[in-house]
Ligand binder design. Sequence first.
Ligand code: AP5
Length: 215
Amino acid sequence: MKLVFLGPPGAGKGTQAEETCKSFSLTHISTGDILRKAVADGSDVGLEAKKYMEEGDLVPDSIIVGLAADRMSEDDCAEGFILDGFPRTIVQAQALDEELQNSGSRLDLVIYFETSEDVIIRRLTGRRICRKCGANYHIETMKPRVEGVCDRCGGEIYQRSDDKLGTIKKRVKVYHEETDSLIEYYRERDILAEVDGDEAVSELAVVLEGMLSVR
Ligand code: AP5
Protein backbone atom coordinates (compact mmCIF):
# COMPACT_ATOMS: atom_id res chain seq x y z
CA MET A 1 0.00 0.00 0.00
CA LYS A 2 1.26 3.48 -0.89
CA LEU A 3 -0.33 6.22 1.16
CA VAL A 4 -0.03 9.95 1.72
CA PHE A 5 -0.97 11.54 5.05
CA LEU A 6 -1.98 15.11 4.23
CA GLY A 7 -2.89 17.87 6.64
CA PRO A 8 -1.73 20.97 8.47
CA PRO A 9 1.16 21.01 10.91
CA GLY A 10 0.12 19.34 14.17
CA ALA A 11 -2.70 17.36 12.58
CA GLY A 12 -1.20 14.16 13.97
CA LYS A 13 0.16 12.82 10.68
CA GLY A 14 3.45 11.65 12.20
CA THR A 15 1.81 10.14 15.29
CA GLN A 16 -0.69 8.12 13.24
CA ALA A 17 1.87 7.20 10.58
CA GLU A 18 3.99 5.48 13.27
CA GLU A 19 1.04 3.36 14.43
CA THR A 20 -0.34 2.62 10.96
CA CYS A 21 3.09 1.56 9.70
CA LYS A 22 3.38 -0.94 12.56
CA SER A 23 -0.10 -2.35 11.92
CA PHE A 24 0.28 -2.69 8.15
CA SER A 25 4.06 -3.31 7.82
CA LEU A 26 4.68 -0.09 5.92
CA THR A 27 7.66 2.27 5.98
CA HIS A 28 7.17 5.74 7.43
CA ILE A 29 8.70 8.45 5.23
CA SER A 30 8.67 11.86 6.89
CA THR A 31 10.32 14.56 4.80
CA GLY A 32 10.48 16.71 7.96
CA ASP A 33 12.50 13.98 9.73
CA ILE A 34 14.77 13.56 6.69
CA LEU A 35 15.43 17.31 6.65
CA ARG A 36 16.01 17.53 10.43
CA LYS A 37 18.58 14.72 10.13
CA ALA A 38 20.31 16.58 7.27
CA VAL A 39 20.40 19.72 9.44
CA ALA A 40 21.80 17.77 12.43
CA ASP A 41 24.45 16.14 10.17
CA GLY A 42 25.44 19.55 8.82
CA SER A 43 25.20 18.35 5.20
CA ASP A 44 24.93 20.83 2.30
CA VAL A 45 21.22 20.04 1.96
CA GLY A 46 20.78 20.50 5.71
CA LEU A 47 22.52 23.88 5.69
CA GLU A 48 20.33 25.03 2.81
CA ALA A 49 17.10 23.65 4.32
CA LYS A 50 17.72 25.06 7.81
CA LYS A 51 17.02 28.67 6.92
CA TYR A 52 13.61 27.82 5.43
CA MET A 53 12.60 25.49 8.25
CA GLU A 54 13.46 27.96 10.98
CA GLU A 55 11.31 30.60 9.29
CA GLY A 56 8.39 28.19 8.88
CA ASP A 57 8.71 28.31 5.09
CA LEU A 58 8.74 25.36 2.71
CA VAL A 59 12.07 24.03 1.53
CA PRO A 60 12.26 24.52 -2.27
CA ASP A 61 10.70 21.82 -4.45
CA SER A 62 14.02 21.36 -6.24
CA ILE A 63 15.56 20.04 -3.00
CA ILE A 64 12.70 18.05 -1.52
CA VAL A 65 11.57 16.15 -4.63
CA GLY A 66 14.97 14.46 -5.02
CA LEU A 67 15.19 13.62 -1.30
CA ALA A 68 11.75 11.98 -1.32
CA ALA A 69 12.45 10.05 -4.53
CA ASP A 70 15.75 8.72 -3.14
CA ARG A 71 14.05 7.56 0.06
CA MET A 72 11.18 5.86 -1.81
CA SER A 73 13.66 3.89 -3.91
CA GLU A 74 15.24 2.22 -0.86
CA ASP A 75 14.62 -1.50 -0.26
CA ASP A 76 12.44 -1.06 2.84
CA CYS A 77 9.87 0.87 0.77
CA ALA A 78 9.25 -1.95 -1.73
CA GLU A 79 6.26 -3.33 0.21
CA GLY A 80 4.66 0.07 0.68
CA PHE A 81 4.98 3.30 2.60
CA ILE A 82 3.27 6.27 4.16
CA LEU A 83 4.44 9.67 2.96
CA ASP A 84 4.07 12.10 5.88
CA GLY A 85 4.53 15.77 4.95
CA PHE A 86 5.12 15.10 1.24
CA PRO A 87 3.86 16.27 -1.20
CA ARG A 88 3.14 19.81 -0.03
CA THR A 89 2.83 21.65 -3.35
CA ILE A 90 1.26 20.84 -6.71
CA VAL A 91 4.76 20.63 -8.21
CA GLN A 92 5.69 18.00 -5.62
CA ALA A 93 2.45 16.07 -6.22
CA GLN A 94 3.09 16.01 -9.98
CA ALA A 95 6.68 14.88 -9.41
CA LEU A 96 5.41 12.10 -7.14
CA ASP A 97 2.86 10.95 -9.74
CA GLU A 98 5.62 10.83 -12.34
CA GLU A 99 8.04 8.99 -10.05
CA LEU A 100 5.46 6.33 -9.22
CA GLN A 101 4.31 6.01 -12.84
CA ASN A 102 7.91 5.43 -13.94
CA SER A 103 8.14 2.50 -11.53
CA GLY A 104 4.77 1.10 -12.70
CA SER A 105 3.03 2.06 -9.50
CA ARG A 106 0.57 4.63 -8.11
CA LEU A 107 -0.81 6.00 -4.86
CA ASP A 108 -3.55 3.91 -3.25
CA LEU A 109 -4.98 6.56 -0.96
CA VAL A 110 -4.42 10.09 0.36
CA ILE A 111 -5.78 10.62 3.86
CA TYR A 112 -6.53 14.22 4.73
CA PHE A 113 -6.50 15.07 8.44
CA GLU A 114 -8.90 18.00 8.78
CA THR A 115 -7.85 19.83 11.96
CA SER A 116 -8.91 23.07 13.62
CA GLU A 117 -6.44 25.85 14.27
CA ASP A 118 -6.83 26.03 18.07
CA VAL A 119 -6.09 22.29 18.28
CA ILE A 120 -2.99 22.74 16.10
CA ILE A 121 -1.66 25.53 18.31
CA ARG A 122 -2.27 23.58 21.54
CA ARG A 123 -0.60 20.45 20.20
CA LEU A 124 2.45 22.10 18.67
CA THR A 125 3.28 24.54 21.45
CA GLY A 126 3.27 21.54 23.83
CA ARG A 127 5.07 19.04 21.59
CA ARG A 128 8.44 17.70 22.67
CA ILE A 129 10.67 15.26 20.72
CA CYS A 130 13.46 12.86 21.60
CA ARG A 131 16.70 14.08 20.07
CA LYS A 132 17.95 10.51 19.65
CA CYS A 133 15.04 8.36 18.42
CA GLY A 134 12.46 11.01 17.42
CA ALA A 135 9.75 9.74 19.81
CA ASN A 136 6.93 12.23 20.27
CA TYR A 137 5.69 13.67 23.59
CA HIS A 138 3.37 16.42 24.73
CA ILE A 139 3.79 18.45 27.92
CA GLU A 140 0.15 17.86 28.93
CA THR A 141 -1.22 14.83 27.11
CA MET A 142 1.80 12.58 26.51
CA LYS A 143 4.40 13.15 29.22
CA PRO A 144 7.49 10.95 29.49
CA ARG A 145 7.82 8.95 32.73
CA VAL A 146 10.87 11.05 33.75
CA GLU A 147 10.81 14.71 32.75
CA GLY A 148 13.21 15.49 29.89
CA VAL A 149 14.14 11.83 29.31
CA CYS A 150 12.79 9.61 26.53
CA ASP A 151 10.88 6.52 27.74
CA ARG A 152 11.96 4.55 24.68
CA CYS A 153 15.72 5.19 24.48
CA GLY A 154 16.75 7.46 27.38
CA GLY A 155 17.59 10.29 24.94
CA GLU A 156 17.19 13.99 25.66
CA ILE A 157 13.75 15.49 25.01
CA TYR A 158 13.70 18.89 23.33
CA GLN A 159 11.38 21.40 21.67
CA ARG A 160 11.65 21.79 17.89
CA SER A 161 12.88 25.27 17.01
CA ASP A 162 9.88 25.72 14.67
CA ASP A 163 7.40 24.85 17.43
CA LYS A 164 7.42 28.39 18.84
CA LEU A 165 4.06 30.19 18.57
CA GLY A 166 5.11 32.73 15.90
CA THR A 167 6.65 30.06 13.66
CA ILE A 168 3.67 27.73 14.15
CA LYS A 169 1.33 30.48 12.92
CA LYS A 170 3.58 31.05 9.91
CA ARG A 171 3.62 27.30 9.12
CA VAL A 172 -0.18 27.20 9.24
CA LYS A 173 -0.37 30.21 6.89
CA VAL A 174 2.11 28.60 4.49
CA TYR A 175 0.11 25.37 4.66
CA HIS A 176 -3.07 27.17 3.53
CA GLU A 177 -1.21 29.03 0.77
CA GLU A 178 0.77 26.09 -0.64
CA THR A 179 -0.77 22.80 0.43
CA ASP A 180 -4.56 23.25 0.72
CA SER A 181 -4.89 22.94 -3.06
CA LEU A 182 -3.73 19.31 -2.85
CA ILE A 183 -7.05 18.35 -1.24
CA GLU A 184 -8.84 19.18 -4.51
CA TYR A 185 -5.98 17.71 -6.58
CA TYR A 186 -6.46 14.29 -4.97
CA ARG A 187 -10.26 14.56 -4.69
CA GLU A 188 -10.42 14.98 -8.47
CA ARG A 189 -8.35 11.82 -8.83
CA ASP A 190 -10.80 10.00 -6.56
CA ILE A 191 -8.19 8.85 -4.05
CA LEU A 192 -8.94 11.24 -1.18
CA ALA A 193 -10.32 10.10 2.17
CA GLU A 194 -10.95 12.51 5.05
CA VAL A 195 -10.62 11.97 8.80
CA ASP A 196 -11.23 14.25 11.77
CA GLY A 197 -7.76 15.27 12.95
CA ASP A 198 -9.25 16.81 16.14
CA GLU A 199 -10.12 13.36 17.47
CA ALA A 200 -8.06 11.65 20.17
CA VAL A 201 -5.03 9.59 19.08
CA SER A 202 -6.62 6.24 19.97
CA GLU A 203 -9.96 7.03 18.29
CA LEU A 204 -8.27 8.21 15.11
CA ALA A 205 -6.10 5.09 15.06
CA VAL A 206 -9.23 2.91 15.12
CA VAL A 207 -10.77 4.91 12.24
CA LEU A 208 -7.60 4.53 10.15
CA GLU A 209 -7.27 0.84 10.94
CA GLY A 210 -10.87 0.27 9.80
CA MET A 211 -10.39 2.34 6.67
CA LEU A 212 -7.20 0.59 5.59
CA SER A 213 -8.00 -2.99 6.54
CA VAL A 214 -10.76 -3.16 3.89
CA ARG A 215 -8.34 -2.18 1.12
P1 AP5 B 1 7.31 18.51 9.26
O1 AP5 B 1 8.21 17.89 10.21
O2 AP5 B 1 6.65 17.69 8.21
O3 AP5 B 1 6.24 19.33 10.09
P2 AP5 B 1 4.69 19.60 9.85
O4 AP5 B 1 4.05 19.23 8.60
O5 AP5 B 1 4.60 21.02 10.21
O6 AP5 B 1 4.02 18.57 10.70
P3 AP5 B 1 4.25 18.28 12.20
O7 AP5 B 1 5.32 17.28 12.40
O8 AP5 B 1 4.36 19.57 12.93
O9 AP5 B 1 2.79 17.70 12.54
P4 AP5 B 1 2.15 16.26 12.48
O10 AP5 B 1 0.87 16.38 11.71
O11 AP5 B 1 3.12 15.21 12.05
O12 AP5 B 1 1.77 16.08 14.00
P5 AP5 B 1 2.39 15.11 15.11
O13 AP5 B 1 1.91 13.72 14.88
O14 AP5 B 1 3.86 15.34 15.23
O15 AP5 B 1 8.05 19.70 8.48
C1 AP5 B 1 8.87 20.64 9.15
C2 AP5 B 1 9.43 21.62 8.14
O16 AP5 B 1 10.24 20.91 7.18
C3 AP5 B 1 8.41 22.37 7.29
O17 AP5 B 1 7.93 23.53 7.95
C4 AP5 B 1 9.23 22.69 6.05
O18 AP5 B 1 10.10 23.78 6.28
C5 AP5 B 1 10.09 21.45 5.87
N1 AP5 B 1 9.45 20.44 5.01
C6 AP5 B 1 9.07 19.18 5.35
N2 AP5 B 1 8.52 18.56 4.31
C7 AP5 B 1 8.54 19.42 3.28
C8 AP5 B 1 8.07 19.37 1.93
N3 AP5 B 1 7.46 18.27 1.43
N4 AP5 B 1 8.26 20.45 1.15
C9 AP5 B 1 8.87 21.56 1.61
N5 AP5 B 1 9.32 21.69 2.89
C10 AP5 B 1 9.14 20.63 3.71
O19 AP5 B 1 1.63 15.66 16.41
C11 AP5 B 1 1.88 16.95 16.92
C12 AP5 B 1 1.71 16.94 18.46
O20 AP5 B 1 0.37 16.64 18.80
C13 AP5 B 1 2.55 15.87 19.18
O21 AP5 B 1 2.97 16.38 20.43
C14 AP5 B 1 1.61 14.70 19.38
O22 AP5 B 1 1.95 13.95 20.51
C15 AP5 B 1 0.27 15.41 19.55
N6 AP5 B 1 -0.84 14.69 18.94
C16 AP5 B 1 -0.85 14.07 17.73
N7 AP5 B 1 -2.07 13.58 17.46
C17 AP5 B 1 -2.87 13.93 18.51
C18 AP5 B 1 -4.25 13.72 18.81
N8 AP5 B 1 -5.06 13.07 17.95
N9 AP5 B 1 -4.72 14.20 19.97
C19 AP5 B 1 -3.91 14.88 20.84
N10 AP5 B 1 -2.59 15.10 20.62
C20 AP5 B 1 -2.09 14.63 19.45
